[in-house]
Ligand binder design. Structure first.
Ligand SMILES: Cc1cc2nc3c(=O)[nH]c(=O)nc-3n(C[C@H](O)[C@H](O)[C@H](O)COP(=O)(O)OP(=O)(O)OC[C@H]3O[C@@H](n4cnc5c(N)ncnc54)[C@H](O)[C@@H]3O)c2cc1C
Ligand code: FES
Length: 281
């Protein structure tokens, strides 16, 4: 059992939780994720490690209520326990292989869509602490869905915000800001809804900017055995849980990934309506 030691509501549908998990905290790296279960018969759901504290032995997850299982997690309180937390899973971000002294002065552009700020945060923090120039774009449908703004300010050089309805920052989508900033970066990293990553990649291609994306495919076991997270990358079959979740955006077959994300839409909608939950998709 994994005890929740801190809980904060960030928006009406997004919560930040710190969870006791000393062994995971000791080995977690930016880019990795957990598979979490609530209740003996609970569904296994993947969540990014948003932060970790090796001294306290805790890890942070930021969870958006998207359906039944995320709703259950967000209704747990401090002192309650998650039944299972498996991790750290997946490969750490590519830049973890670059010697720290070579990261100094490197220029990174992060593009975070909605709850994508949670996976962007540990990466921006790692690079900022090692002297890289880190610019971050956060985009969301409206101002109520912008999260971690103050924390992000502390781990980047420039923070740009945009909303679809113009309620905060620039009115428009992240790709408009990407185009305005242009190609003055060594690398772009985009994390958010699959459709946003597809268009961020098309924009990066136009700008001739290398781009990494973090694929939020369906996942079940997280160990490369079940095939749920299968994606096509550079024409080859890959499993996002063990070969990723990060891939070169240029190589990803986004249209197939978008189709596969909706495989269980009917069952998800049925489970939501049985639980009295309603979501905009
Ligand atoms: C590597 C990775 C990291 C992620 N990190 C975060 C995070 O930090 N914070 C966050 O809020 N969400 C994150 N997600 C998405 C999160 O796992 C889903 O929102 C969650 O599983 C929804 O489950 P549900 O039962 O609440 O909703 P459901 O109603 O079951 O599904 C809602 C939508 O969530 C997605 N989803 C459902 N089941 C799964 C599953 N088993 N695996 C993956 N996606 C699923 C589908 O797109 C689905 O349409 C991540 C996903 C992946 C793959
Ligand atoms: S989640 Fe089962 S193979 Fe990746």
């Amino acid at each position: 059992m994994f005890k929740i030691v801190d809980k904060k509501q960030l928006t009406p549908l997004i919560y930040s939780l710190w969870v006791e998990a000393p062994r995971i905290a000791a080995s977690a790296k930016p880019g990795q994720f957990l598979i979490v279960r609530t209740g003996e018969n609970g569904e296994r759901i993947p969540l990014t490690i948003c932060d970790y504290d090796t001294e306290k032995g805790t890890v942070r997850i930021v969870v958006q209520i998207a359906g039944v299982s995320s709703n259950k997690i967000c209704h747990l309180d401090v002192g309650d326990c998650l039944t299972d937390v498996a991790g750290p899973l997946g490969k750490p971000s590519d830049f973890m292989e670059i010697p720290e002294e070579d990261l100094k002065g490197k220029r990174y552009l992060f593009v975070a869509g909605g709850v994508g700020s949670a996976p962007v945060y540990p990466q921006a923090k790692y690079l900022h602490e090692r002297g890289a120039h880190v610019d971050v774009i956060i985009g969301a449908r409206n101002k109520d869905l912008i999260i971690m703004e103050d924390e992000m300010h502390n781990v980047c050089t420039n923070l740009y915000i945009c909303t679809d309805d113009g309620s905060k920052g620039e009115k428009g989508v992240v790709t408009l800001l990407m185009e305005r900033l242009g190609n003055k970066y060594d690398m772009c990293v985009a994390i958010g809804p699959m459709i946003m990553m597809k268009f961020a990649t098309l924009t990066a291609k136009k700008l001739e900017l290398p781009i990494t994306v973090s694929l939020n495919t369906l996942m079940v076991d997280g160990t490369g055995m079940c095939g749920a997270c299968r994606v096509s990358v550079a024409g080859k079959t890959k499993f996002a849980c063990v070969d990723g979740p990060e891939f070169n955006g240029y190589d990803v077959d986004f249209d197939e990934a978008l189709r596969r994300q909706t495989l269980y839409r009917t069952q998800e909608q049925q489970a939501n309506s049985e639980a009295g939950l309603e979501f905009r998709r």
